[in-house]
Design a protein around this ligand. Sequence first.
Ligand SMILES: Nc1ncnc2c1ncn2[C@@H]1O[C@H](COP(=O)(O)OP(=O)(O)OP(=O)(O)O)[C@@H](O)[C@H]1O
Ligand SMILES: [Mg+2]
Length: 327
Amino acid sequence: MPVSPLRLPKFLTARSPVETLATYRRLAEAEGDIVELDVRGTEFVDPFGMTLLGEGLLQLTDFEQSVRVIGLDQQTGAYLHRMDVFDHVELVDSPLPPGRRRDRRDALSELKRIDGEEEAEAVASSLAEALIGTRAQGRPPKQDSMHADEHEHQMGIIQYVLSELLSNALSHAQRHGFRSRARVWTAAQYYPSSDKVRLAVADTGCGLLATLRGHPLLEAETHFAAISAALQPRVSCNRNLGVRADTVNQGIGLTTVHRIIDRSSGDMLVVTGDAYQRQRGGGMLRDNAAWQGVATAVEMRREALRSLRVPELLPLGDAVPPELRFE
Ligand SMILES: Nc1ncnc2c1ncn2[C@@H]1O[C@H](COP(=O)(O)OP(=O)(O)OP(=O)(O)O)[C@@H](O)[C@H]1O
Ligand SMILES: [Mg+2]
């Protein structure tokens, strides 16, 4: 029986998490050897949407399904193709967009899958560069007025945010039997018209509730409560537990990221299990949608990063080992 094409919604973004997660679920569960994906009605896919789309498509590959993209040669389709969203799936009967890949590494960065800590550091720094615009080879940075040290400063903050999220995804997410099973995705983009930096890190690991179950600050055994707990300073599943110093976490990564977003006219979305939270409010996913793992999206106004000092935002309530101190 022919299955009707799966239509991507108008917006696949962190601002519409409920719809975006519902779409991810429909994609991952789509039936048939060839899944038809209609992207013609889609106007905007942000890095968060891209990471979920990438994972949904890869899950089809796991079941040897291929994809026919309707509208791959049109605006959104061409953009998604340019961002490598279809790299992990076999495309059939999908005419490619015309023209060569444009080199816009000063403003765009692609969807990436990350396998290990070393790769994570390299990706965090290259994405930060891409977002701030110093990777435009041989050309002066986009904003000529921006000093080199100003560049460094803004890049450092973006790199900090990415590294914290990636390091969580590569460590905590891999607990509770998820080692080597959890995949980690990231994507980022700078939008000059609104001066917004948007980035996303999504893992398919054990999720927040699994790591924080039994923690005294977890108020209920729900995914929603687990997000609130994880965002509090000094909450960690791995604090003062490690025998060796390098296995201990301080529980300040997510809190500091949250504070950076707060100070940069931004927003942060955390999705895990059947729940999501944003800077202002949150809720439950619908239509049986759920995210196995943690998917985080961050939005910051780039200009606001200028006056931001990460050391001032660290929740230094009690003793912190010197290696965690900045400057
Ligand atoms: N991707 C993830 N998957 C599963 N659990 C996570 C993930 N990210 C965070 N957590 C949980 O939330 C807690 C708080 O995260 P946070 O980054 O604030 O602290 P930490 O990683 O433990 O310590 P630090 O970041 O200071 O090294 C973690 O200890 C872990 O229990
Ligand atoms: Mg952390």
